[in-house]
Design a protein around this ligand. Sequence first.
Ligand code: TXA
Ligand code: MG
Length: 345
Amino acid sequence: GPVAEAGPSGVSSCPTMEILKPSEENIRRAGEALARGLLVAIPTETVYGLGASAFDVRAVARVFEAKNRPVFDPLIVHVDSLEMVDRVATIPSPRVRALMEGLWPGPLTLILPRREAVPDLVTSGLPTVAVRLPANAIARAVIAAAGLPVAAPSANPFGYLSPTLPEHVARMLGGRVDFIVDGGACPIGVESTILDATKEPFTVLRPGGMPLEAIEELAGPVEVFNRSVARPTSPGQLPSHYAPRTPLYLFPSGGLAEARPVGRAAALLFDPASLAALERSGRAAAFAELRVLAPGGTSLEAAAALFAVLHELDGGGFDAICAERLPEAGLGRAVNDRLYKASEK
Ligand code: TXA
Ligand code: MG
């Protein structure tokens, strides 16, 4: 398919790739593989990650190669415990420690002052390192079995949709990863929230699976990186990212009746109320397919479904995907951010 052709020619391939069910024996094997410098895709509560030992520069280099990712884009280091944080970063203040104790394990990545032991390739030479303690028990067990912090970007080719199912990883990176640990569907479905905790006020660099409301409840008001004012400091902030091949057009919440799509188009609606409104407007027939992200009307459901639905629509031969924004609250912020970055501008 079009995704397999996206990579550069001549990347190292892994014809022996194995998909591992998460038995005790297989978790041990996955951990050993990481410790030996192999690449292991792991399930997290957000999206699948393409893991490598954070201390093995050759393994980390293979991650960049497999994703066709520019080396100026640093990786998130995953740990299995608060104790393991100390191997890669320092905790700058009691307020940051309180965030860790209150919101970890969970979909929150903290930017922290790095330790010297972390290779420059992981941090792109920055004085900081991104650290995350995932809520997924399989991920933590694999990291524990490796006995090492695990550097893992999302397991997709650079710039493309993130994977929320093991099949997505196998299809996009199948020849380039040694093992995929099968943890089923990722329950949150959008990447972690990235919070710069190196200076106060803390700043959200990327909205994600940890709602802003939960962070502010614990830490008080935080800044939110604003793409129209500031210069991006991480590629997750670049305007075009997480994108399907099919052109995606973004409309205001409830605005799909205004769409005038050309050709075979799919409509991506938030909830049944939006669908009913589109049908009442008489404009539903402009679309070859109507998809509702959240049958129960919650942003949590929409986030969990987002990438799987986009992967599916991207393979559906449509000329366009027309999506509406969600209300800007809870995980609606993260979904809107991903839709905006996926859209034609
Ligand atoms: O949920 C997630 O965060 C998933 C799972 C696998 O944990 N990972 C993920 O990784 O989304 P990735 O590589 O696709 O996105 C990591 C983002 C990038 O935008 C990168 O630029 C930013 O984190 N980042 C990493 N280190 C950073 C640092 N020291 N300062 C600022 N941004 C950083
Ligand atoms: Mg990514």
